[in-house]
Design a protein around this ligand. Structure first.
Ligand code: HEC
Length: 105
């Protein structure tokens, strides 16, 4: 995904507990119908999302909000469905798991 601009910034460590919880919440939601870990599907690969965003609270909050609201325009033309039943806390754990797939983390 060369055309996707990587956002510069330092990454903070992600607590192992948040990663584990996020992995479970994702497994019980519908995320894998549109996302794969390391390949594009309907949505971008989780590893590409991890490479794009620094691990910082502001990005975690922004991405968690996008999971809940759905949306398009950051990666291409496809739209992510909204997930109104996912709480903010659950969405933050999901995003923590996704960002933990960053290389050299
Ligand atoms: C209906 C298909 C679909 C489902 C289901 C889906 N996604 Fe997505 N997701 C997408 C698409 C398409 C994009 C790219 C949106 C864009 O270009 O702005 C995306 C983007 C993302 C992003 C990056 C957002 C950004 O602005 O960079 C994250 C994080 C994400 N999804 C997490 C999740 C999680 C967690 C779930 C499960 C709760 C989920 N997605 C379920 C299709 C989906």
């Amino acid at each position: 995904m060369d055309y996707i601009r990587k956002i510069p910034g330092e990454s903070k460590p992600i607590p192992a507990e948040a990663v584990q919880k996020g992995e479970v919440y994702i497994a019980y939601s519908d995320c894998y119908t549109c996302h794969k870990e390391d390949k594009d599907s309907v949505g971008p690969a989780f590893k590409d999302i991890a490479e794009r965003y620094p691990v910082q609270q502001a990005y975690i909050d922004m991405l968690a909000q996008k999971v809940i609201n759905g949306g398009k325009g950051s990666w291409g033309h496809a739209t992510m469905s909204a997930h109104p039943k996912v709480s903010r806390e659950e969405a933050r754990f999901m995003v923590s798991y996704i960002l933990s797939l960053k290389k050299n983390q």
